[in-house]
Design a binder for this molecule. Structure first.
Ligand SMILES: [Zn+2]
Length: 275
């Protein structure tokens, strides 16, 4: 049984893309939520201002009524002045008229001030309404854009998941599980070559015995340091490895093992891992 690392490499590429897109989709609603909470606050501000406007409007109505009454009161007093015949009578009426005029003046001023305040509030409200409207449009547009973006990403993801399904078909589920975790944790790279006795994922030196095992390619081997799946790949480091094997530890058995591993790395056109 030899192992097809091409399938694993293809699966690795697919999985790395799946993780990127899954993260992207996860981030999208969070951005949208920010916009909506801002809109919520703007609406609350608008309602507060609107309540204030209603209150001032009511106060103005009351002042208007008081002012109208004060004007009527003063006019009545003025007309009674015309009818007054006695000096004493006319003196007290004049005093009352002056008082009525003062009251009228005071009410006139505070009514005008209130009217001015109301006008200011109404202008502010108008601006605030524009802001709410603009933000609402922005959020709606954002939502639409993001829905389209999610849909687009979801389409790509569905394709990738289909590919993952196909590539995983003949792999043991515990291997897939482990492989996915490695790819997620190791920046998208879960299967790396072994050059000589050096793992090309973490560049640690592995024990000679283990390197030989990888070279034999009879089973899936994980780097003991970085957990990535290792496959043998011919390299310059093999020269020094061969020197060690053929020089110091010349051994028929090792020779056999190594020659057995020589046809390893030739990948069948079949996409399945085990053949
Ligand atoms: Zn390693």
């Amino acid at each position: 049984m030899s192992i097809n690392y091409d399938t694993l490499r293809k699966l690795q590429d697919v999985l790395a893309q799946v993780f990127v897109i899954e993260d992207k989709i996860k981030d999208i609603p969070r951005d949208l939520y920010d916009g909506e909470s801002v809109l919520q606050q703007i609406k609350i501000d608008y309602l507060d201002l609107s309540a204030k406007r209603d209150q001032i409007k009511q106060e103005l109505d009351e002042l208007n009524e008081k002012y109208t009454n004060a004007v009527k009161d003063r006019e009545e007093k003025e007309s009674s002045m015309v009818q007054a015949t006695l000096v004493r009578e006319s003196e007290s009426t004049e005093k009352a008229i002056n008082e009525a005029r003062a009251t009228e003046q005071t009410l006139f001023k505070s009514r005008n001030a209130k009217q001015k305040y109301l006008t200011e509030l109404e202008e502010k409200l108008e601006v605030q309404a524009e802001i709410v409207k603009a933000k609402e449009e922005e959020v709606a547009e954002d939502r639409q854009k993001k829905d389209a973006l999610i849909e687009e990403q979801q389409k790509i993801l569905d394709e990738l998941l289909k590919e993952r399904e196909e590539l995983s078909q003949n792999l043991p589920s515990n291997l897939i599980f482990k492989f996915e975790r490695i790819i997620r944790n190791k920046g998208g790279v879960g299967v790396v070559p072994l050059h000589g006795i050096i793992c090309q994922g973490c560049f640690m030196e592995l024990p000679q015995q283990f390197a030989n095992t990888v070279r034999r390619n009879e089973d899936i081997n994980f780097c003991p340091y970085c957990s990535r799946i290792l496959f043998y790949e011919e390299s310059e480091e093999d020269a020094s490895l061969d020197a060690v094997v053929h020089g110091d530890v010349h051994d028929e058995e090792i020779d056999e093992e190594l020659s057995g591993g020589d046809d390893v790395g030739v990948v069948d056109s079949d996409d399945n891992l085990f053949e």
